[in-house]
Design a protein around this ligand. Structure first.
Ligand SMILES: [Zn+2]
Length: 339
């Protein structure tokens, strides 16, 4: 990974990075304190890629851009790459503000609507039952119960979605952007490749600094999301080094092939740690968290850390290296993994 020598967009400003492509940055109220947004210039108008999280700073950001630089053309489309709160949260309001239709993939729409449509009690119970099967201590299960409104807090409404499919394109004023759909960090994330100008917008699947969170699907923790992500990374490891990558967080970079290889190594190392432990004794997802992170978590980091641990265990099961069995411990059903 080699950072591109381009200055970060300042507040309420866009940086033009190719004849068609503009890059902007929105604040986030998390430790990861920003998200990158992209805008493609087309003959029909602007195509906005991702909306940001719901909240006052996001609204101010879009109001400033829409009444300023973006006012010279209509907004043609809003594309939401995936259902995570920092990308989808403001989509409905942005669609209302601009009158533009929203697009995502079928898989992302289904995942977002599933989380959005659960009642507070249903969400609470779903998180608690997953955490119980993970073998988490009661205090963490209780925390999950109380944190169950996180999705709705940052996504107060969802827009009506139209669908982007594999190989659909965005026709920019100067070049074509081809869509791809991948599973791993999310269920069916949209990303866009411009072959003519060697540009790639992988959103959250290929980041320069952070290892993208690969969490078990709350709807089905036995789904091998890490396997999907490793397949994606294997493909990315053979991409041309000079392709300029504009990610969903942090800074643009080249040598994405090297970054993909280091992420494969990162996950393989974690798989080896868990496989070695499961050869010695049966381990729960909670044990796997201790092995991988050597600390406990609060807040939404608990959701990501437990999901990440479970995704690695599930992948080892799919590889046939370990087996899952369900034990009754203190009256609770807990998934245990053994080699
Ligand atoms: Zn994401």
């Amino acid at each position: 990974m080699i950072p591109l020598n381009i200055g970060l967009p300042q507040t309420n400003q866009l940086v033009q990075v190719s004849p068609d492509l503009y890059w902007g940055r929105l604040p986030l109220p998390f430790r990861l304190n920003h998200i990158n947004l992209y805008i493609i210039d087309t003959d029909q108008g602007w195509v906005l890629i991702d909306a940001g999280i719901f909240g006052e700073p996001t609204e101010q950001y879009w109001q400033t851009l829409l009444s300023g630089f973006l006012s010279k053309k209509p907004i043609d489309k809003i594309i939401i790459t995936h259902h995570h709160v920092d990308h989808i949260g403001f989509a409905k309001q942005l669609s209302d503000l601009t009158g533009a239709p929203c697009f995502t993939s079928k898989a992302e729409q289904a995942h977002g609507e599933f989380l959005f449509n659960l009642s507070p009690d249903q969400m609470s119970e779903l998180i608690a039952s997953n955490y119980t099967r993970y073998g988490l201590p009661e205090s963490e299960i209780e925390f999950g119960r109380r944190d169950s409104q996180r999705y709705r807090r940052y996504v107060p409404a969802l827009p009506e979605f139209h669908h982007f499919s594999l190989d659909d394109t965005i026709n920019g004023c100067h070049s074509q952007w081809k869509c791809r759909i991948d599973s791993g960090h999310s269920s069916g994330q949209l990303s866009f490749i411009n072959k003519d100008e060697k540009l790639f917008l992988p959103t959250d699947f290929l980041l320069p600094r952070i290892s993208p969170n690969i969490s078990a699907d709350i709807r089905d923790p036995d789904k091998d999301v890490l396997g999907d992500y490793l397949t994606y990374l294997a493909e990315m490891s053979s991409m041309a080094a000079q392709i300029a990558i504009y990610p969903g967080h942090d800074w643009p970079f080249t040598h994405g092939n090297d970054r993909a290889i280091s992420l494969i190594e990162h996950h393989n190392h974690r798989l080896t740690l868990l496989f070695t432990a499961a050869q010695e004794r049966p381990i729960s997802t909670s044990d796997a968290m201790d092995i991988l992170f050597n600390r406990r978590f609060e807040s939404h980091e608990l959701f990501f850390a437990s999901g990440e641990a479970r995704a690695h265990l599930t992948h080892l099961v799919k590889q046939g290296k370990i087996k899952k069995q369900t034990d009754i411990i203190n009256g609770n059903l807990i998934d245990m993994f053994t080699a």
